[in-house]
Design a protein around this ligand. Structure first.
Ligand code: PLP
Length: 481
């Protein structure tokens, strides 16, 4: 260690000492997390009050103090998404290899915008995009790019779809004569990001057509066909269908084969929102359940949801090579060091110019666990989900309003009676049960409003979640229910 000194930067010796303290704190956090409340909101108001009055320090502060008050004031006032009994929203994981890769990438701080600006970062990104493409099964010729989230990935895919349908819009906006009224078709269970994308695209959220769903909350194909035809008759242009593989509320899968057939017939772009469901295809047993992603003109999968990668990490793939570049390539002269910019210059595949070396964590995660390890943990989560479903099904106190092939369980209090008064009562009791579960600190769940009413969602997905955690959750449900 040369022990260089810099005007304001820490010395390497300080970095090592402070880094070790952070590492120790994180290891201890994980070693004790199971015994701590998943969420507690008691200290949030006083923290808000104390932070709102804090001025930026004029003089350097001691790192011991910075770390100490972060650990004592900030960490306890989080909801612990990395807790093994965090089952809210979609349960995700910040894994150790992912966290270390983020640290190294941040320390190197290269900009993965151009191949020539950080050659090996681009090569590793190309590699992990290929690995993930092979893990889920998508077209070898597809263009892929890492994006910060599926919401953005879907937005980019819709821009690419728009620019294929009406190329003039990129230059002239919607004043282009050919623009007309564009329509996007989704199911009523679709993620809210599609509405946001439609507004931001200028298509308008009112032009997002919500197709009804069947008993399993999957898109109705006859209704989709009818909607596209009725729009076409009045001169509106079908821009894209967004089908979901693993809906947010119940983990339903839209009938992608039949939807793809409709899209092919009518020449409509099919985007697959496989943010949650796509990566499960790494398991041979799930390939019969999770549709072939190659049916989509574009698709997104979220490593930050199911591949134990810390936020923000999502993969967007577009089947037509060059489709993303057509929309997002705009290279000023100063960014053309070697003259020719290739499609491997990831700045040409999205709106981002500066890009982190986010591929590193995916590389480290996949290498650290191997596909075998990933499949083994997925299997354990699926087995635990099926175990919990069996308990619920054999209990008189709970009822499951929807089925999912994924480890996402939906449940309601009561016996599933369709009498309106019973439905209303069951909704109130389910809401109260959810409140009690979350207040107990022993688990954390979230909800969905389904046809049958207020429903508890239990998502299993954290890398540290074991069968014992799910058994403890079941005991908690029985106790509070
Ligand atoms: C999580 C999720 C999204 C949003 O993903 P972000 O990465 O948070 O933007 C979109 N669609 C579905 C189906 C999801 O599960």
């Amino acid at each position: 260690m040369a022990g260089e000194t810099h005007p304001i930067e820490w010395s390497s010796a300080d970095f090592l000492r402070n880094g070790e303290a952070v590492m120790r704190a994180l290891a201890e956090y994980h070693d004790t997390l199971r015994g701590r409340p998943v969420a507690s909101f008691e200290g949030v108001d006083s923290l808000a009050a104390s932070l709102s009055e804090r001025p930026p320090p004029e003089l350097p502060e001691d790192f011991d103090e910075i770390l100490a008050d972060t650990l004592s004031e900030v960490v306890p006032n989080l909801v612990h998404w990395n807790h093994p009994r965090f089952h809210g929203y979609f349960s995700i994981s910040g894994s150790y290899p992912g966290a270390l890769a983020d640290l190294l990438a941040a320390g190197l701080n290269v900009n993965a915008m151009l191949r020539s600006a950080a050659p090996a970062a681009g090569l590793v990104e190309t590699l992990v995009l290929r690995w993930i493409r092979e893990m889920v099964g998508y077209h070898p010729e597809a263009t892929g790019v890492l994006v910060p989230g599926a919401s953005l990935g879907t937005f980019y895919a819709l821009v690419a779809a728009r620019d294929r349908l009406v190329p003039e819009i990129g230059e002239w906006g919607y004043s282009a004569k050919a623009a007309g009224v564009l329509r996007i078709y989704v199911s009523e269970q679709t993620h809210s990001s599609i509405d946001k994308a439609a507004s931001a695209l200028g298509v308008g959220s009112a032009n997002v057509v919500r197709i009804g769903t069947d008993d399993g909350y999957a898109m109705s194909v006859p209704a989709l066909e009818a909607a596209i035809e009725s729009d076409a008759r009045r001169g509106a242009k079908p821009l894209a269908v967004v089908a979901t593989i693993g809906t947010t509320a119940t983990g339903a899968i839209d009938p992608v084969v039949a939807i793809a057939e409709v899209c092919r017939e009518k020449g409509v772009w099919l985007h697959l929102d496989a943010a949650y469901g796509g990566l499960w295809r790494v398991m041979p047993s799930m390939r019969t359940v999770v549709p072939d992603l190659r049916l989509g003109d574009s698709m997104v999968v979220n490593p930050h949801k199911t591949l134990f990668a810390s936020l923000e990490s999502s993969c967007l793939y577009c089947r037509e090579p060059g489709a993303l570049e057509r929309s997002f390539r705009s290279v000023p002269d100063y960014l053309r060091p070697g003259g020719s910019d290739t499609e491997r210059d990831y700045m040409n595949q999205s709106l981002q110019l500066g890009r982190s070396f986010g591929a590193l964590k995916l590389w480290w995660i996949i290498r650290s666990y191997g596909l075998e390890g990933i499949r083994r943990h997925y299997q354990q989560l699926l087995d635990s989900a099926r175990w919990l479903e069996e308990r619920l099904d054999s209990s008189d106190s709970f009822w499951r309003p929807a089925q999912s092939p994924f480890p996402l369980i939906t449940l309601r209090c009561g016996d599933g009676s369709s009498d309106p008064a019973a439905i209303a009562l069951a909704s109130r009791r389910t809401q109260e049960l959810l409140r009690l579960v979350n207040q107990s600190g022993r688990a954390y769940v979230s909800h969905a409003n389904l046809r049958d009413g207020y429903t508890m969602r239990v998502s299993l997905g954290n890398i540290r979640t074991t069968r014992e955690d799910v058994e403890e959750f079941w005991r908690l449900l029985q106790l509070l229910g």
